[in-house]
Design a protein around this ligand. Structure first.
Ligand code: FMN
Length: 184
């Protein structure tokens, strides 16, 4: 019997072309364990700001697509920098769309991990804490010990391809996958 591939959907909290967090997400994709597919859900920049008036009946196509892609995943990995001591608005906006319908949003009950890279010495810890809080309220099952915080100033010439960083990202993905197995 062939086992089904575990699907991990990734939301990246930076829209920057040369985003280190996007590179970190790519590390997760490139080093996914056997039987696991990791995929970035794009299109966060095209989401309108959350507005309850626009969340009745047929929603914006970009919202519908992001909701569908998250709903189809077994687990969700958020990879985010810190902006002014918290998570970037683009990621918060996506979480808000994913939190509705209340109690039945696309992340409901799914294991969710939060990792990231930021410039400051605390490597975006506040951002990850706030992201976890928000995701938990939005219905996700936050896996607290999926925790990687990369202080970008400490990265060497290989950036996030450094084996020590790759090892942490792989461990985070494996931990998330273990929660899928628990839930299955
Ligand atoms: C608007 C803005 C606010 C920022 N605030 C913080 C902050 O509070 N803490 C921090 O560690 N880094 C902060 N930074 C620096 C980011 O962590 C850094 O630019 C990071 O590389 C951005 O992620 P990216 O490379 O994935 O785009 C801020 C950057 C911007 C543009």
């Amino acid at each position: 019997m062939t086992e089904r591939t575990v699907q991990i959907a990734v939301l990246v909290g930076s829209l920057r072309k040369a985003s280190i967090n996007r590179e970190l997400a790519q590390v997760a994709i490139d080093n996914a364990p056997a039987g696991v597919t990791v995929r970035i859900v794009d299109g966060l920049a095209a989401l309108p700001f959350y507005n309850e008036d626009d969340d009745q009946g047929a929603v914006h196509q970009g919202v519908a697509t992001v909701r569908d892609e998250i709903a189809a995943a077994d687990a969700v990995l958020l990879v985010t920098p810190e902006y002014n001591g918290t998570l970037p608005a683009v990621l918060k906006n996506a979480i808000d769309w994913l939190s509705r319908p209340y109690g039945a949003g696309a992340m409901t009950g799914k294991p969710v991990g939060v990792i990231g890279a930021a410039l400051g010495q605390y490597a975006g810890t506040w951002s990850r804490q706030d992201t976890r809080k928000s995701v938990g309220i939005a219905g996700g099952r936050v896996i607290e010990d999926v925790e990687v915080g990369i202080a970008t100033a400490t990265l060497g010439e290989h950036g996030v391809s450094d084996p020590a960083v790759v090892e942490q990202v792989v461990a985070a993905v494996e931990r998330l996958v273990s929660e899928v197995a628990v839930a299955a």
